[in-house]
Design a protein around this ligand. Structure first.
Ligand code: BTX
Length: 321
């Protein structure tokens, strides 16, 4: 309820806060405060009460399970099923194993990945209960060349979900990352199963660092939602509402992708993009060069101009600031 959320907000802003203070701040009775705290505990939050000091929020609720996840998609017009595992090698692998059995779009979520991977088989650090590790499978029946465009809609869905849930500035770093304040908070990848140039399945892997762990801190270029929230004295406390939002955004952007051209979201996408107008190091399969990204075409090709004024059309690359 709204009251629970308000109490949670107060708790996360203070080291300790008394029931009386919260009651005053929210203009409610102390009993109502007490009830809200009990509700939060039932939702999985750890709240300690210390005599003469008040309440202290110790742990946030970050547990997911299949029941909870299934309830999240019960009104979905797109996703038919959710598979949840505490620990997996990679959610991508599970998704691939199930694509023929499950005829409709579905989602795989894991609490931890022991063999999480990025593009080109790079490792994706996936520590236990601290990130969202998900594979979403779509069944579009579209031509293979549309996949580049899919990535653009997908990146917007993720950036929107982060902004809406956590009120943080999420920047899209083409082609496969979401950044906050100069660091990578999310990586995504799209793999396809196609036949005769037609895509039957898109297996879209999304990894988001929600909580700060030693593993994430150790990665120089990485950050977590928790870390970014702390910068403004806030606490990251809601995996559940984030995932609910993300699923909703995925449905919306997928619908847009299937029904409208990239130009319908281009302005919004450009506004969230963090690579334009800066000189970047662009690495394609067999060459690396410096150039400034200036635009993106309706087909999803990046246009970048090098120092000699030559324009390069880029399909897929790694780019660094
Ligand atoms: P990528 O190849 O663009 O990024 C991988 C690179 O990012 C690594 O080489 C490393 O430098 C850095 N990195 C690794 N782990 C993290 C992390 N947790 N946070 C920030 N940076 C990191 C991007 O690949 C696509 C990643 C998709 C991951 C999802 S998780 C669910 C699904 N299952 C699976 O195995 N992969 C996807």
């Amino acid at each position: 309820s709204k009251l629970n959320q308000q109490v949670l907000k107060l708790l996360s802003k203070h080291e300790f806060i008394s029931g009386q203070k919260m009651a005053e701040a929210l203009s409610i009775s102390r009993t109502a405060v007490w009830k809200a705290v009990q509700n939060l505990k039932e939702d999985g939050y750890t709240v300690k009460s210390v005599a003469s000091k008040g309440y202290k929020l110790i742990g946030a609720s970050n547990e997911l399970n299949e029941t909870l996840l299934t309830s999240m998609i019960k009104d979905s017009k797109l996703f038919s099923e959710v598979i949840y595992r505490d620990t997996v090698d990679s959610t991508q692998k599970i998704a691939f194993q199930k694509i023929t059995d499950i005829k409709k779009p579905f989602i795989v979520v894991a609490g931890e990945q022991t063999g999480g991977r990025g593009r080109f088989n790079r490792e994706w650090t996936s520590p236990e209960k601290s990130g969202l590790y998900m594979s979403a499978v779509f069944k579009p029946d579209i031509y293979l060349n549309e996949i580049i465009k899919f990535n653009l809609f997908l990146s917007l869905a993720i950036a929107n979900a982060i902004e809406e849930t956590f009120d943080l500035d999420a920047g899209i770093k083409w082609p496969n990352d979401i950044y906050i304040d100069g660091k990578k908070v999310c990586g995504f990848l799209t793999e396809v199963v196609s036949e005769n140039n037609v895509i039957q399945n898109i297996i879209c892997g999304i990894g988001i660092n929600l909580y700060e762990t030693e593993e994430i801190t150790a990665l120089e270029t990485a950050t977590s939602i928790e870390n970014e929230m702390k910068k403004n004295g806030r606490m990251n406390s809601d995996t559940e509402s984030f995932l609910t939002r993300l699923i909703h955004e995925l449905e919306q952007q997928y619908h847009q992708f299937m029904n409208t051209p990239f130009s319908s979201i281009k302005e919004e996408w450009m506004a969230k993009s963090i690579i334009f107008g800066k000189e970047m190091r662009i690495s394609e399969m067999n060459r690396t060069f410096l150039a400034k990204p200036v635009d993106i075409t309706d087909e999803g090709f990046l246009l970048a101009v090098d120092r000699y004024g030559e324009t390069h059309k880029i399909i897929s690359a790694d780019i660094e600031f």
